[in-house]
Design a protein around this ligand. Structure first.
Ligand code: GTP
Ligand code: MG
Length: 198
C-alpha cells in the first residue's frame, strides 16, 4: 500500500533554529526521552528502515533532523532528553534548542511525544506536556515498545496514563505503539493525515 509518508527523505540536520528551512507549510515533530524509539518510529511511519539512524547508544542525536514528505510537509526528529550521562552543557544546549523550536516554529502542527511504555510520564515528559499546554500545541503520546509488555500490563499502563492526563486541557491523546512490530501504525497514519491535511 502506498502512502505519502513513504516518499519522505532526509532534508538536513540543524543545531540552531536559525538554520531551519523557511517556516511555511506543515511540520510535525517527534520528541521524547533518549532511547524511547523516536527514530525507529519515524522509520516505521515512512516504511523506510534506513531513513533515521537508530542507535543502541542513547543521547547521540543532538541535532534536529528534518525530513521532507512533500513540498509543504515536513517531519522533525528532535534530539532526545533525559539521558543522565550527557554533560550539563549539552543538556542546556538541548533545552535552548527545543524550547526555541517549540516556542517559535509557526508551521509546527503537533508533537508526537514518544515514551517507553514501561516508563511513561517521567519528569521531563510532564514538563514538556506542561509546556505544550501553555502554548496550546496538540500532543499525541506514543507509548512505544508495547511488544515488551503483556496485554494486561498494557491495559494497566493505559489507564494510569489516562488518569495522569486528566489535568491537561489542551489536546493530548495517546495510543500504544510498537516500532518493532508495527502495532498502532494505521492509527498513527490517520492522525498524521489529519495534522497534515491529506
Ligand atoms: N522492543 C522494541 N525495541 C524498540 C522499539 N522501538 C525502538 N526500539 C529499540 O530501542 C533502541 C532506541 O531506539 P531509537 O529509535 O534509536 O530511539 P531514539 O528515541 O531515536 O533515541 P535517541 O535518538 O538516542 O534519542 C534501539 O535499540 C531500538 O531498536 C520497539 O517498539 N520495541
Ligand atoms: Mg533518534
Amino acid at each position: 500500500m502506498s502512502s505519502p509518508y513513504q516518499k519522505a527523505y532526509f532534508l538536513l540536520s540543524v543545531a540552531n533554529v536559525k538554520q531551519l528551512p523557511s517556516d511555511e507549510g506543515i511540520e510535525v515533530a517527534i520528541v521524547g526521552r533518549s532511547n524511547a524509539g523516536k527514530s525507529s518510529i519515524l522509520n516505521r511511519i515512512t516504511h523506510n528502515k534506513q531513513l533515521a539512524r537508530v542507535s543502541k547508544t542513547p543521547g547521540r542525536t543532538q541535532l534536529i533532523n528534518l525530513f521532507k514528505i512533500d513540498e509543504t510537509r515536513r517531519i522533525a526528529d528532535l534530539p532526545g532528553y533525559g539521558y543522565a550521562k550527557v554533560p550539563l552543557a549539552a543538556k542546556q544546549r538541548w533545552q535552548t534548542l527545543v524550547d526555541t523550536y517549540l516556542r517559535t516554529r509557526q508551521s509546527l502542527k503537533g508533537l508526537l511525544l514518544v515514551m517507553d511504555i514501561r516508563h511513561p510520564m517521567r519528569d521531563l515528559d510532564t514538563q514538556l506536556l506542561e509546556y505544550c499546554e501553555h502554548y496550546q500545541l496538540p500532543v499525541h503520546i506514543l507509548l512505544n515498545k508495547a511488544d515488551k509488555l503483556t496485554k494486561g500490563a498494557i491495559a494497566k499502563t493505559l489507564s494510569e496514563v489516562k488518569l495522569a492526563l486528566t489535568p491537561y486541557r489542551n489536546s493530548v491523546t495517546f495510543s500504544c505503539f510498537s516500532a518493532l512490530k508495527g502495532t498502532g501504525t494505521q492509527e498513527l497514519h490517520s492522525l498524521l493525515d489529519e495534522w497534515y491535511g491529506y
